[in-house]
Design a protein around this ligand. Structure first.
Ligand SMILES: [Zn+2]
Ligand SMILES: [Zn+2]
Length: 499
């Protein structure tokens, strides 16, 4: 990659506005400082009594309007425009007051400027428009405002071919990325170096930015190579961002068609692991009946043990029913406007959110789903496996090949309880039958390679724990028993994994 860092334009006025109020009063010496500190009274005095001009720049080439815009003084901005300030005046870098307003995300100032004829697409010498500056500084509300209300192009390229999405990805502003993707910014756009936004996010090791981009994208971006022939995953790896490199490599594997890649990435097709779990439950139940209860060479179980055994079988059947419900039920998918059939193209859904209440805003951006194009309710989340937002999302369970959410969480809870009880009861009955004085023992199978070790282990283990001595004479049934126990153990592990 030719250049790995993007220079961000820092506004020189940023420092002055942060001075304490006491010093501010002393620092107001001309129209520029009065504008920067929002001292409208002093500004009036300079203009109306001193005859100062608002249309000429200061020694550095910056205008009073820019200073007021930067520090979000909408009343001062209004006054300057009404008293000869040029709303589209540019400094030496060709930046307008709107660019400066975008640095701090001054929405009220943007309204005043744009309603007084400011050009929303004005570009500076780097080709940065207000949308680029807002993305560089993570001013999501500002960006949303000028795009939604003033139709700024949210996908415009700068002189290097970088869109606001490139910038937001590079700086790691996940909320800005969500907004831009929600507003259909192009993920596949390559800049002059051939880099997509995912390249820039990977370069900087921004995990959250990469996650949002990958989940909302078509996954084709993972394969795109820049001019140096490097994919985002390789770029992250080269830069030593291991978490991002692993995430992107896993995402690449998941979209690969090779079955080993799917297993390694934890995704086994669209069906997940549900068929495996189904086979295990049915297989274990049949083995339990066949090898423990109905086995001809095992001692007949007592009434009490039999009752527990049949309880375990009933629970296994119940687990199957609950498994089917969890697997087949809608977990609480949130319908997209397209699915609901109402295309409200004329009404921008994001404009109804109160942009002036910043405390409300900050929590809201994560509620935008760039994939489903909805503002989702609190506690809901997008599931990349199901490709839907799920209400009261808990997690996506590969064993039931479904999400656990609002509508199936109780079914899932009952499934977990039933599966756990089945495992414990089944195992208890099986162990009770095996350690009966006249039963074969599964230890034999494990110790088959060395009869000598088997014998010594048998004695040591059983004596040590005060257990009855097992019999090793009839090994044929022990073989089935051992497999039953392995499966039982697996089943138990699976039910634990479900939790
Ligand atoms: Zn979604
Ligand atoms: Zn899911």
């Amino acid at each position: 990659m030719a250049s790995s860092e993007i220079e961000v334009t820092e506004s020189p006025g940023a420092a002055t506005a942060q001075d304490p109020p006491g010093e501010a009063a002393a620092a107001v010496v001309d129209v520029f400082s009065a504008s920067a500190y929002g001292d409208l009274e002093q500004l009036r005095r300079f203009v109306e009594q001193g005859g100062a001009s608002l249309s000429t720049p200061d020694a550095s080439g910056y205008y009073a309007l820019q200073w007021a815009a930067l520090n979000n003084f909408a009343d001062v901005v209004q006054y300057i425009i009404e008293n000869g300030g040029n709303v589209n005046a540019t400094d030496n870098l060709k930046q307008t007051a709107l660019h400066w307003a975008a640095v701090r995300g001054s929405v009220a100032v943007a309204d005043v400027l744009l309603q007084n004829g400011a050009w929303v697409e004005a570009a500076d010498i780097n080709g940065y428009r207000a949308v680029h500056v807002a993305a560089q500084y993570g001013q999501t509300a500002f960006l949303n405002h000028i795009v939604g209300r003033y139709h700024a192009d949210n996908d415009a390229p700068d002189n290097d071919g970088r869109s606001p999405l490139h910038w937001a990805a590079y700086k790691g502003y996940a909320d800005t990325i969500r907004l831009l993707l929600f507003r259909e910014a192009s993920q596949g756009r390559q800049d002059k170096e051939g880099c997509t936004p995912l390249h820039w996010a990977a370069l900087r090791g921004n995990v959250e930015a990469c996650t949002v981009l990958v989940h909302a994208g078509t996954k084709q971006e993972l394969k795109v190579k820049d001019n140096a022939g490097v994919t985002p995953a390789q770029l992250a790896s080269n830069k030593g961002h291991r978490a991002v490199a692993n995430f992107l490599t896993n995402a690449e594997r998941a979209m690969s068609n090779h079955w080993t890649d799917k297993i390694r990435s934890g995704k086994f097709g669209d069906s997940g692991y549900a068929p495996i779990l189904l086979c295990i439950i049915i297989g274990c139940t049949i083995l339990f009946i066949n090898s423990v209860l109905a086995a001809p060479d095992l001692p007949k179980v007592t009434a009490a043990v039999g009752l527990w055994a049949w309880t375990a079988i009933s629970l296994a059947v119940g687990s199957l029913i609950m498994f089917f419900r969890c697997w087949s039920k809608d977990p609480g998918y949130i319908k997209t406007p397209r699915e609901l059939g109402n295309h409200q193209d004329d009404e921008d859904p994001l404009l109804s959110i109160d942009v002036n209440n910043s405390s409300q805003w900050t929590g809201k951006w994560s509620q935008l789903c760039p994939t489903c194009k909805i503002v989702r309710p609190v506690r809901s989340k997008h599931c990349p496996s199901c490709k839907h937002c799920v209400e009261q999302f808990d997690h996506h369970c590969p064993w039931i090949s479904n999400c656990v959410g609002k509508k199936n969480k109780w079914d899932f809870f009952v499934l977990i309880c039933m599966a756990t009880m089945t495992s414990f009861l089944g195992a208890a009955v099986a162990v009770q039958s095996m350690f009966h004085p006249s039963s074969p023992n599964f230890f034999f199978f494990f110790m088959l390679p060395s009869r000598f070790i088997a014998d010594s282990m048998k004695v040591n283990f059983c004596q040590g724990y005060g257990l009855p001595q097992p019999h090793f004479q009839r090994a044929s049934h022990g073989f089935i028993m051992s497999w039953f126990n392995i499966l039982e153990l697996l089943y138990f592990c699976f039910s634990m994994a479900l939790c």
